[in-house]
Design a protein. Sequence first.
Length: 276
Amino acid sequence: MAMVQLPDGTEVPALGQGTWRMGERGGDRRAQAAALRLGLDLGMTLIDTAEMYGEGGAEEVVAEAIAGRRDEVFLVSKVYPHNASRGRLPRALEASLKRLRVERLDLYLLHWRGGVPLAETVEAMQRARAEGKIARWGVSNLDVDDLEELGPALADCTTDQVLWNLEARGVEFDLLPFCAKHGMPVMAYSPIGQGGTLLRESTLEVIAARHDATPAQVALAFVLHRPGVIAIPKAADPAHVRENAAARALKLAVSDMKELDSAFPPPRRKRPLEMI
Ligand code: NAP
């Protein structure tokens, strides 16, 4: 199984699991937890969640999924920008830990940049780590200029979680090379375009048919081909979970990549970071 090395040497699977839209009102939480457990069984042991998802509901689903198997899991959660201050971050973190029923997060991310100065958030993250509540910290939805603003703290930042899929390739111009240069892995969110129009695109269908695969697997193989990238597709349907896990075996040929490039042209100039 492909692994990605974090700056501190820890290895995590290149293919993990997302949880947005889980734990929302009216959703089947037991089925969602079962899907995540199936993903763990299939080696997708990095789970990404956030206090925002289902306003805490997704973290509760994750708690159910990882009960009794905490040691297998690399657990990531995120703090709302308005909670990312010196005073509020410790309380938000404590609430996440409580909902997740764990003592410590493996990684805690700033969900996106808000009004709190980055330096203050970094200080709060570092304090939480010193107290043993998180093992590492990172960011999400930060563009290159924001990362540069971190200054020396960039060396301490574990990852930047950003939108990256065939329909949103802007990060290939500068962000992915920047992170590679600094030895920082990137987490690709919405790697299959939220299961939308991308999966009905004809080039994907043709390439998928050639490999006896599905369009979603081609979309995942596209992001996974790049070293230092962790993809976190979300799937509550067990058939999707199995399909995504099997995408790790799909290796795209140079000719496949060329076809993808003509259907989804890579960026030729700087594009502002896209986010959902
Ligand atoms: P995604 O993973 O690209 O797509 C999820 C959607 O695709 C779901 O509707 C899912 O359906 C469907 N799906 C999953 N596997 C499939 C397959 N093999 N074939 C067909 N459809 C499939 O989108 P996402 O949830 O936006 O992104 C993934 C994760 O990234 C999130 O869950 C979250 O953890 C994280 N994220 C972070 C940010 C951020 O700002 N940091 C933003 C967005 C997302 P079922 O659920 O029915 O299986």
